[in-house]
Design a protein. Structure first.
Length: 356
């Protein structure tokens, strides 16, 4: 398959008899950009497919596990209410109920919040306030200044949100101060050179875009299907030009079946340095985008940041989580069956005493 790079290379050799260093760099950058684009497309498709499988496999198991734990918590409450447990076992049962009910309460279960507060010396709201105050104090000691409001934070999550918002505002203030200092210093030779490079690349992009727009003009096409195809390509060209995506414009030139001569004319030799700089910047952005995709996937599915995301690695991860949840469900079922008798309850409590 002939790519835009191959056609540009052939034109340059025809015109000069040899590929220039600028042309070689341009060809290399475009090939690398195409490889990165393919990697990102593959990663997006892999993550999208895994997301569907993940959503259909794990949530039902988690709901089943949560439902069993909730039923067991309510049963433990019922068993305590009978008032027949020895004092030591009674205290341990109360701690277990508090621990189990707290997890549900923090997820919004109001009945479990009431149940927790019934067995705890402190209400869950008071516990959360104390944790939030401790977290706020830690951050303020580390920062050397306060960042809270007049009203105390209700939860640790509120503290973390306020902390991140404080960091964001400080970052914006530093960026604004940096820009202000730059404007006061005036324009350096380096900045003027950068402006010239930007102007040259903009000029080259306009040349490519105008040539593409001319080739895709719908009034020049009488076949309805071909006209619709050109309209679609023109829409993509407008989007690519708006984001200054040279690689996308080159690919659209190929899809529009432009001749080698036209492509060569759109990439005049004196513009190649500017286009190479533009492509190099685009490559940096693409590397960041690829890493962001990997990090977002790792955060979404609780993967190790160092993992290489492939179909095989995601399948292995899903199988591991699935087996873990199935084991947890089996354990809760076993515990629930065991505590139905007094003898089984005593044995189960002994097993829970150290973790509690």
């Amino acid at each position: 398959m002939v790519t835009p790079v191959d056609m540009v290379l052939a034109s340059d050799i025809d015109q000069q008899g040899v590929t220039s260093p600028e042309q070689e760099q341009f060809n290399l950058l475009v090939r690398q950009a195409e490889e990165l684009t393919q990697k990102m497309d593959t990663l997006r498709k892999t993550v999208d497919q895994y997301r569907v499988l993940h959503a259909s496999t794990l949530p039902p198991l988690r709901r089943r596990h949560s439902s069993l734990l909730r039923d067991m918590t309510l049963w433990l409450d019922h068993r305590v209410s009978l008032g027949t447990l020895p004092q030591k076992q009674h205290r341990l049962m109360c701690r277990l109920i508090c621990r189990l009910a707290a997890d549900f309460a923090k997820a919004g279960d109001k009945e479990m919040r009431v149940l927790h507060d019934r067995y705890s010396d402190e209400s869950l709201a008071d516990i959360e306030l104390a944790q939030a105050a401790k977290t706020q104090s830690y951050f303020e000691e580390m920062m050397g200044k306060s960042f809270g409001e007049e009203e105390p934070f209700e939860t640790v999550d509120d503290v973390l949100h306020a902390r991140f918002e404080h960091i964001r505002k400080e970052s914006e203030a530093r960026a604004q101060a940096k820009e202000a200092r730059k404007s006061k210093r005036g324009r350096s030779a380096y900045m003027m050179q950068a402006d010239q490079l930007l102007e040259d690349s903009e000029s080259a992009l306009r040349t490519i875009y105008r040539q593409l727009a001319s080739a895709l003009h719908p009034d020049r096409e009488y076949d309805p299907d071909a006209r619709a195809h050109k309209n679609q390509l023109m829409s993509e060209a407008n989007t690519a030009y708006a984001r200054r995506d040279l690689l996308a414009l080159l690919q659209l030139q190929y899809q529009a079946n432009l001749t080698e001569k036209k492509i060569a004319s759109s990439l005049a030799q004196d513009k190649l340095a500017s286009l190479n700089a533009l492509l190099a910047e685009r490559m940096k952005t693409m590397h960041r985008e690829l890493r962001d995709l990997e990090l977002h996937a790792a955060a979404e599915f609780v993967l190790a940041p160092s993992i290489t995301i492939t179909v095989a690695s995601l399948k292995h991860h899903l199988t591991h989580l699935q087996k873990g949840l199935q084991a947890d469900i089996a354990l809760v079922k076993s515990d629930f069956a065991a505590v139905q008798t007094d003898k089984g309850l005593v044995r189960w409590l002994k097993e829970q005493e150290e973790p509690a």
